[in-house]
Design a protein around this ligand. Structure first.
Ligand code: SAH
Ligand code: SF4
Ligand code: F3S
Length: 459
């Protein structure tokens, strides 16, 4: 079999223009790693492949097409792709028709090197080539060729329609792709390309279609949603206002927001439409040390970050906050780390996503000299997580005896008679109730509150 670098002549990213029946009812299985964008990208892949007559299946054993939707943000991502592809090798030995591809950020990062290194793979594509997937698969299946397709679509406007198969009560809508911030630790600008925003009217239209299908809550997605800028000059705060005013959504969430772009205007809109815009802000701090933040190119100081937190807490009293933290960034001293420990004392984060720094290809920080030894970094991470765990238990306690507004999403999978929903603070709440509550906002009095999960009763 020949390996070809397809440069785009035969491949098309117009999902409506390729041969419709490439799947012939055969199974497709997607293994997903990484962030919510990747989760949403996998949903888009399933939707596109269903249009091409593939059928989603629950296990790789049942599949004729397997896609690894990979993440490259930290810790041995290429290794994970190798080892997962290795487990699929046996399936290919049994079924020579089976095609295996890698998408996502590792695909973009490694390109055709992956095809050369992992013999069992048939195709590689990047996060910016998802709409070309049916066309890529068609090349692979019909011409029996290996394909790499990792071309960025920077020069085109970001015009897609949201594709979700069974949206349910709550779903995701992409509003931006890519990132221009170039934090020195981060691979995302290299794997997802330049920042592009979808036109306002496309987003509003998508949301209206979704609400007609019964969707009550959307989470607007982007690596840095508050740098959103529509072609007609609409910024993120204005987009939020328009969605709150002009659509039937009961709730709006978003992730992720960069502290530098979090504006008073966004706080004001969130306060004005508080019943719709959720009381939850994920505001990644990364480090509490101004020196480290400068080295990371985060363009805010510790004090400026704390000012943003104060602005948010004043405008949206009772808001729930969460954050991302990197421990052991090159040059981080014990004193720098103690500044990060101080952040979790100063800001009442109800959850933190904290990880050891991991050098990433193409990034500036990977070339920095003063790397922190792994044992030192791991020790700091353990201390941070231990202290935060204590904090979260006491933060959760404040919700006990409170009545929260819960959007009911589904019947509890683990126990009959229980329903599951989320509070505006993004807490999962379980309570006794019936299925006709699904899609409604109900008042639930909390009896027992653990950091991420609450138990309560309808009032
Ligand atoms: N766009 C988001 C972050 C996307 S990546 C933002 O700017 O907030 C998600 C998280 O992964 C980051 O917030 C960071 O905490 C972590 N991360 C990214 N690169 C990393 C690296 N090289 N090592 C460790 N953690 C990293
Ligand atoms: Fe990465 Fe920084 Fe962009 Fe977030 S804002 S995706 S951390 S470069
Ligand atoms: Fe991972 Fe790419 Fe998301 S690196 S975190 S899948 S943007």
């Amino acid at each position: 079999m020949e390996t070809v670098e397809v440069l785009g002549s035969q491949i098309t990213d117009n999902p409506h223009s390729w041969a419709q029946n490439i799947g012939f009812g055969r199974g497709v299985y997607i293994s997903t790693y990484g962030c919510q964008m990747n989760v949403n990208d996998s949903e888009r892949m399933y939707a596109l492949l269903e249009m091409a007559n593939y059928v989603p299946v629950a296990t790789p054993e049942e599949a004729s097409l397997i896609i690894i939707n990979s993440c490259s943000v930290r810790e041995k991502p290429v290794h994970k792709v190798h080892s997962e592809a290795g487990t699929f090798r046996k399936l290919k030995a049994k079924n020579p028709e089976l095609k295996i591809g890698v998408g996502g950020c590792v695909g973009q990062q490694e390109k055709d090197k992956l095809l050369k290194d992992v013999e069992v793979l048939d195709f590689v594509f990047g996060p910016d080539n998802i709409d070309a997937l049916p066309s890529i698969v068609s090349e692979v299946v019909n011409k029996n060729e290996k394909v790499t397709f990792t071309k960025f679509q920077h020069s085109k406007p970001y015009q897609i329609e949201t594709l979700v198969r069974n949206p349910g009560v709550a779903t995701f809508v992409n509003i931006t792709k890519g990132c221009d911030n170039f934090c020195t630790f981060c691979v995302v600008p290299f794997t997802r390309g330049r920042l592009r925003s979808r036109p306002l009217k496309d987003i509003v239209n998508d949301v209206k279609v979704l609400t007609q299908k019964g969707v009550k809550e959307v989470t607007l997605l982007g690596q840095n949603v508050n740098s959103y800028m529509s072609d007609d000059g609409t910024n993120f705060a204005q987009l939020m206002r328009i969605l709150a005013e002009d659509t039937d959504l009961l709730r709006i969430r978003y992730t992720t927001s960069h502290p530098k772009d979090f504006t008073q205007e966004l706080v004001d809109v969130s306060a004005k439409y508080r019943t719709k815009i959720c009381d939850y802000v994920h505001l990644p701090v990364q480090s509490g040390s101004t020196k480290v933040l400068r080295e990371m190119n985060r363009v805010y100081t510790k004090e400026e970050y704390l000012d943003k937190v104060r602005m948010i807490e004043e405008g949206i009293p009772g808001v729930s906050l969460s954050t991302d933290i990197i421990v052991g960034f090159p040059g981080e001293t014990e004193d720098d780390f103690l500044e990060t420990m101080d952040m979790i004392e100063k800001v009442p984060y109800e959850s933190i996503y904290a990880f050891n720094y991991s050098p990433r290809p193409f990034t500036k920080a990977a070339k920095f000299q003063n790397h922190v030894p792994a044992d030192v970094s791991s020790d700091r991470l353990t201390r941070l997580l231990k202290r935060h765990r204590e904090i979260t238990f006491s933060l959760a306690k404040k919700y006990e005896e409170q009545t929260l507004q819960v959007l009911v999403e589904e019947a509890d999978k683990n126990k009959a008679g229980l329903m599951m929903g989320r509070s505006t603070q993004n807490k999962v709440v379980h309570f006794e109730g019936s299925k006709d509550l699904i899609g409604r906002i109900v008042n639930v009095r909390i009896n027992k509150a653990f950091p991420q999960t609450f138990w309560g009763a309808l009032v």
